[in-house]
Write a protein that binds this ligand. Sequence first.
Ligand SMILES: Cc1ncc(C[n+]2csc(CCOP(=O)(O)OP(=O)(O)O)c2C)c(N)n1
Length: 293
Amino acid sequence: MSSRTVTRRRPQRRQRSPDVYKSDEKPTWCPGCGDFGVLNSVYRALRTQGIAPHQVVCVSGIGCSSRIPYFINAYGFHGIHGRTMPIATGVRLARPDLKTLVFGGDGDAFAIGAGHFVHAMRRNVDLCYVVMDNATYGLTKGQTSPTSGTGFVTLSTPHGNPEQALNPMLLALASGATFVARGFSADPQKLADLIVEGMNHKGFAFIDVYSPCVVFNKVNTFKYYKEQTETLPSDHDPSSLPDAMQLAISQDPLYLGLFHQREATTFEDHMNADPPSQSERHEQLEQLFDRYS
Ligand SMILES: Cc1ncc(C[n+]2csc(CCOP(=O)(O)OP(=O)(O)O)c2C)c(N)n1
């Protein structure tokens, strides 16, 4: 065993009251915000897991959605805009005994944080990342975000958004995420189930959640998602990446559920692996030398 190997304590699991996970801070979101449903799902997921508050850490970026750690009784890190992944990766490596949940908005994740997002997925860091996707920048009062539709009129795009929306599911699948799911904040029980699965997944779990902003986005509303979404076909095999991609392309309907899941070596596994011995390293160098001489 390497001297860097950390002994993992098993999380204590038992049924706890949902109130255990509620902090004393009252959510500051606007009435009707989709983020309330996400918070509710997180409480339910933690209760189902039976994990103690001191065994969970919630990392977030900046945005309305990123305020969520304040409302959860657990360790929390309200970070900087678009930098959740570096922070969460460090937390995960330093404290593998804690469950690391990561939260943010679509701006935080797919605009300023897009580069970090892609690399965390290809590294397969053992994190559960819940993106509260309202297709707008809520905190800064409603500019377009990468998931806003073409033509979306805002103060920053008075003539309509000239860009096409990014598809976060396809991006995650193409970047090597080993768990890719989509939920809806108006269905907190199904979302809670997905968060439980994401937390239990070994590797990077990405959950994109439709979480409407009732103040600044009159396009991606609860009504729109209720009409447009459908549960994934019951015969969908999540181990098939091409099938997952095919379903992720669909805009009508927009599917909800677990698109893809597979096993792969995690970043932590690599970091904790025994380093090669001196003779192995010598042999590798000789092979390299032979190849290039
Ligand atoms: C480096 C940096 N750039 C810009 C900002 C301004 N800013 C704060 S939150 C935000 C976007 C929030 O949108 P999103 O991440 O989708 O979260 P939401 O508020 O919609 O939940 C921006 C641009 C900032 N705080 N830091």
